[in-house]
Design a protein around this ligand. Structure first.
Ligand SMILES: [Zn+2]
Ligand SMILES: [Zn+2]
Length: 502
């Protein structure tokens, strides 16, 4: 009798007809929803798996179990099964009924991991919007990004990295996404992870295996050749990459700020006061006045630009919840990744055009330009003017220092190794600062941010139909500069925020 009941409810669910399920429930009573099939799954598992929304609601209305794990070694919950097939609407019903977005099966898999394994990008985004923790790993420490890479879901991989997931994160075996891409011969992922995201191709996992060894074990000759070439290239560039030696080694913390301060306060100013000023004051009195004036401007701008709000966008806005709700009626095929990329799951907001989430500040910034390590702040809509003045004053100060130091040594001192080093370093800083200054002013004049100019391929609005860079905000040099320094009414620019990227 029990077997008959079991057969009829599972058959009714398989048919997908609510009437059939209602008939079985009326005949046998709502206890049929607590039955298990021969593999230990409940009717809710199958209704979720097949995406029968009405049936799931009916089970709920009859107080049937909708969150019981299967009675087998997997221990999957119905929500995991809904995720296998990417049924966003079903997941929404379950979450509204109180099912946890982070419930785990016996292998430690969360619903979002399941959605990632099957490449359901909309569902992944929806779950993040509903409080799923994408950084939670399964029992082996593999998170959503590991699984997306392992199964070759490239769009999802890019989306997860865009959302702030760290591709360098390792699992319990010490393997990053790059190791997994090599294990599963995902060549495109290997290229992107290495070139764009700088994952180390020589990094060993806990068994001492590098990505190259894992690719070799798979006999993937194309990938092995590629990795060999990259290793050779890396050896060559590591010998000559002085710029990254000078800057990247400083890291992204407060060290660059300290580096800037130490250079100015510990040897820049002492050299100026001790050597340049006494010898050259009478030669160039006006130049010294200009130098002192721009030093004052420099420190005021530095203080302002590093302590002011660069244009933080308000968090937890209702538009975000509305956008997440909208995802219920979207599918992986109908939704563009650009639309998903406008959602910031960290700030819980819909990003306006030209804004971006800064991973260091952990906030979305209006008209994001870049995160500057030397001011330990973002440069954006509100502080870009002070930043431009800051780079201008730094360039002028360094250029004058360079000229004065050469003049001092040439005319009043003997060239020794210390002075040569000092002048060379001063020259290097002066030219670097001048380059940054020219770039900042040029970008302001054409109304393009540093972020847009470096990553225009990421933004549909920055490209014409042939994929070439375009300047959609350019209103002529004068108007652009007036807007940049907030000297003109910005009605036009604000209205551009409303444009949806497609
Ligand atoms: Zn954000
Ligand atoms: Zn920042």
């Amino acid at each position: 009798m029990e077997i008959e009941k079991e057969k009829s409810i599972f058959n009714a669910i398989e048919s997908g007809l609510l009437e059939s399920v209602q008939a079985v429930s009326a005949a046998e009573g709502p206890s049929v929803f607590s039955l298990r099939d021969d593999k230990g799954y409940t009717p809710a598992h199958w209704a979720c798996y097949r995406g029968h929304e009405e049936i799931v609601r009916f089970i709920l209305d009859n107080n049937g179990p909708i969150d019981k794990p299967s009675n087998n070694e997997l221990g999957a919950h119905p929500i995991h099964w809904a995720c296998v097939n990417g049924h966003v609407a079903i997941v929404d019903i379950l979450l509204q009924a109180g099912v946890s977005a982070n419930v785990v099966d016996n292998k430690g898999c969360t619903p979002i991991i399941m959605a990632a394994q099957y490449g359901h990008i909309v569902l992944v985004s929806f779950l993040m919007g509903k409080g799923a923790k994408p950084q939670m790993g399964d029992e082996d420490g593999n998170g959503v990004l590991h699984w997306a890479v392992f199964y070759g879901h490239m769009e999802l991989m890019r989306y997860l990295i865009h959302c702030g997931l760290n591709p360098k994160e390792i699992n319990k075996y010490g393997q990053s996404a790059l190791h997994l891409a090599c294990i599963n011969s995902n060549f495109q992922a290997v290229q992107e992870l290495h070139v764009k995201h700088e994952l180390d191709i020589n990094k060993e996992d806990k068994d001492g295996k590098t990505p190259l060894m894992l690719a070799s074990a798979n006999h993937n000759t194309v990938m092995v050749d590629y990795l060999h070439k990259q290793i050779k290239k890396k050896k060559f560039f590591s010998k000559i990459d002085l710029i990254s030696l000078a800057f990247n080694t400083l890291g992204s913390g407060r060290k660059p700020v300290l580096f800037f301060m130490i250079n100015f306060l510990c040897w820049g100013y002492p050299m100026y006061v001790g050597l340049c000023l006494p010898y050259t004051w009478s030669d160039f009195p006006l130049l010294h006045v200009v130098f002192l004036f721009f030093n004052i401007v420099l420190w005021i701008c530095l203080f302002h630009v590093s302590t002011t709000d660069p244009g933080y966008l308000p968090r937890n806005v209702p538009e975000y919840d509305m956008a997440i709700k909208q995802l219920v009626i979207c599918s992986d095929k109908t939704v563009g990744q650009n639309l998903l990329c406008t959602l910031c799951h960290t700030c819980r907001l819909v990003k306006p055009l030209r804004s971006k989430h800064c991973r260091v500040c952990n906030r979305c910034i209006k008209v994001f330009d870049h995160h500057c390590p030397y001011i330990y702040n973002c440069v954006g809509y509100k502080n870009r003017g002070s930043f431009a003045l800051f780079t201008t004053s730094v360039s002028i100060v360094l250029a004058i220092s360079f000229k004065l130091s050469i003049h001092t040594v040439n005319n009043y001192l003997e060239w020794n190794w210390l002075y040569k080093f000092y002048v060379l370093l001063m020259g290097f800083y002066a030219f670097s600062a001048f380059g940054l200054f020219v770039l900042a002013i040029y970008n302001a004049a054409i109304n393009v941010t540093t972020n847009e100019s470096l990553a225009f391929k990421k933004y549909a609005y920055m490209q014409d139909k042939f994929g070439r860079v375009k300047r959609p905000f350019d209103q002529g040099v004068v108007n652009n500069l007036l807007d940049f320094f907030h000297l003109r009414n910005l009605i036009e620019e604000d209205s551009l925020d409303q444009i949806t990227v497609t």
